[in-house]
Ligand binder design. Structure first.
Ligand SMILES: [Zn+2]
Length: 198
């Protein structure tokens, strides 16, 4: 169970939350494709290296229980697959699930009309992918993340900003420069025991 759930941030499933509509999903898919391309170029990741960093980027319709939060635009959960009994040579598999919180993102866009959907999504996804690269390369341990959170978020933001400003993504400058406004809402990680993958 994640810390978020223990803190009471988990949303009761009975509550109806707004999800991205069909058009917004197209924009999200475009933003994910661009974020993946920019991040892999920055870290010089080949497509086979990306495949080895197992992750999915999901939206609210595919989330449940502690994957849903009201406190962030996105959160990453790590699921750990253990080696099968018959195949001890098979290594432990880490799988990261980036959980985009449609309802929080839509609320922020309504609150701040200057915020644009596409560059915001590119920012959020690039930020989360940068976390995953750093976890995968053991630059920052997932379990140690909570105690280094402030420093790690500052580093990840600086890298994300460099990637996006370097790529001149339209509309991204105000988002990349307003980190102080976004810091508490862009990403929250559930510390504590990892979830077991089925
Ligand atoms: Zn973050």
């Amino acid at each position: 169970m994640s810390c978020l759930a223990r803190l009471g941030y988990n949303i009761p499933m009975a509550r109806r939350l707004r999800t991205f509509d069909q058009h917004q999903m197209l924009v999200v898919n475009e933003a994910v494709a661009l974020a993946e391309e920019l991040t892999s170029n920055h870290f010089k990741y080949s497509s086979s290296q990306w495949r080895r960093s197992r992750y999915d980027i999901t939206t609210l319709k595919d989330l449940s229980g502690p994957e849903i939060t009201d406190a962030a635009f996105a959160q990453i959960l790590r699921y750990v697959g253990q080696p099968t009994a018959g195949d001890p040579a098979r290594a432990r598999i880490d799988y990261y699930k980036v959980c985009l919180q449609d309802h929080g993102i839509l609320r922020a866009l309504e609150r701040d009309r200057a915020l644009e959907f596409f560059p915001l999504m590119v920012y959020v996804v690039t930020h989360e992918l940068t976390h995953i690269v750093r976890f995968s390369r053991f630059i920052q341990g997932f379990d140690a993340y909570p105690e280094h959170r402030a420093q790690e978020e500052a580093r990840v933001h600086a890298i994300t900003r460099e990637i996006l400003l370097g790529a001149r993504v339209p509309g991204v400058v105000p988002i990349a420069n307003s980190y102080l406004d976004l810091v508490d809402t862009v990403a929250v990680f559930p510390p504590g025991p990892s979830h077991e993958a089925g």
